[in-house]
Design a protein around this ligand. Structure first.
Ligand code: SAH
Ligand code: SF4
Length: 385
């Protein structure tokens, strides 16, 4: 088999596995269907089935995703009898806000609960200076990958999120800040970027993530540009090309180690897709350019991956790639076994990377007091043991 064929087989295997953890149907117990999360084509099909003209789908899209309306009665371009008819068949859903915590630094963490009572965490991280911020979105309830330093990795995968639940996290966060109607594409927004860096591995739930991102990027709705969306992966190589071609969003790669023996231990997925294959996939990533660099995330773990030799090996590894390196001081969580690197070690590491020509910002931990920082998210109830 050629490499391309191998990749295609591997991709099919990953998609088939994702289907085993499929979310439940987006229907209420009374039989009404949720319109959120449908593609434009699916929405048009719903209208056809209800005996309505196809332009209704366009109108609804506008009300749902541009205006942020949740009640058919507020849709002033639709006559009352049709509003009533729609309300009998459909809803415009949102996840339930099961918890809402504000950190001292204004980072805000939501626990969103879905109809089957599964829940995920979503975090809004405001820029400390400007009126804008990032929404950190989850893609799965739990994660299969068990990276050693990650809290989510201790929560077994319950299921994948649906497109509705992925878009719903962003819409519910926008509700909390009153950011409707959607600002025009390049006007400033408070919730200005999306990072798929919450719970779960987005490329192990590719189809739902892709559908959700297409809804969010649609110019007649939320209209967030692909340049304002970053997908973070621990390195699911066979899905990276597809994500790049179909979505063209920014890519972040959780590298964390420059040697396979150490990465095998920290990010067990490395045993399947080792560093050389991962970097090759980054070199092929279509949306990478000097204007849109690939972000390498590197969690700083004391005496494990933070030496000067590691920093030098890192710049060698990514030589020639349009990239920046985000250094993330390790965020502890209850029961975690690692320590974060010393500020001096982080500074030295950052200098070596920067002197080689790569931006190397050190990420300030945000929302640590409410366990909202990178790698601290977990929605399962902690066992008392
Ligand atoms: N599953 C995806 C996206 C979610 S994790 C991925 O792994 O890329 C988002 C980022 O937080 C990843 O780079 C992850 O490695 C990092 N992270 C996980 N646990 C962490 C911790 N305890 N401290 C700091 N960063 C952590
Ligand atoms: Fe999963 Fe990412 Fe956490 Fe690894 S770092 S366990 S891939 S969420």
């Amino acid at each position: 088999m050629s490499i391309t064929e191998l990749t295609a087989t591997e991709r099919e295997r990953i998609l088939a596995k994702a289907a085993l953890f499929a979310p439940p149907a987006n229907v209420l117990p009374d039989g009404r269907r949720d319109l959120v999360g449908l593609s434009r084509e699916e929405l048009a099909a719903e209208m056809a089935e209800a005996g309505e003209k196809s332009f209704r789908a366009k109108q609804l899209w506008h009300w749902i995703y541009h205006q942020g309306v949740r009640d058919f009665a507020a849709m002033s371009t639709i006559a009352k009898p049709l509003q009533d008819k729609l309300a009998k068949r459909f809803v415009i859903g949102r996840p339930e806000v099961a918890a809402d915590q504000l950190s001292q630094d204004e980072t805000r963490k939501f626990l969103f609960r879905f109809r089957d009572h599964e829940a995920v965490e979503t975090v809004y991280i405001p820029d400390p200076v400007e009126d804008r911020g990032a929404v950190c979105i989850s893609s799965q309830v739990g994660c299969t990958l068990s990276c050693r330093f990650c809290h989510t990795g201790t929560q077994r995968l319950a299921r994948n999120l649906s497109a509705a639940e992925i878009v719903g996290q962003f819409m519910a966060a926008r509700d909390a800040y009153g950011e409707w109607p959607s600002p025009k594409s390049e006007t400033p927004r408070l919730l200005s970027t999306i990072v798929l860096m919450g719970m779960g591995e987005p490329l192990y739930n590719y189809e739902n993530v892709a559908k959700a991102m297409k809804i969010i990027m649609d110019g007649e709705g939320i209209a967030l540009s692909r340049r304002r969306i970053t997908l973070s992966t621990s390195g699911v190589v066979p899905m990276m090309d597809q994500a790049g071609e179909e979505l063209g969003v920014n890519l972040a790669v959780s590298l964390h180690a420059v040697r396979d023996d150490l990465r095998d231990e920290l990010v067990p997925l490395n045993r399947k897709y080792p560093i050389a294959e991962l970097i090759a996939a980054c070199r092929r990533y279509p949306a990478a350019s000097n204007a849109r660099r690939i972000t390498f995330e590197y969690v700083m773990l004391k005496d494990l991956n933070d030496s000067e030799a590691d920093a030098r090996a890192l710049v060698k590894l990514i030589a020639g790639l349009p990239a920046k390196v985000n250094l993330i001081p390790f965020n502890p969580w209850p029961g975690s076994k690692y320590e974060t690197s010393s500020p001096a070690a982080i500074r030295k590491f950052a200098d070596i990377v920067m002197n080689a020509g790569y931006a190397s910002p050190v990420r300030t931990p945000r929302g640590q007091d409410i366990l909202a920082a990178c790698g601290q998210l977990k929605s399962a109830v902690q066992s008392a043991a």
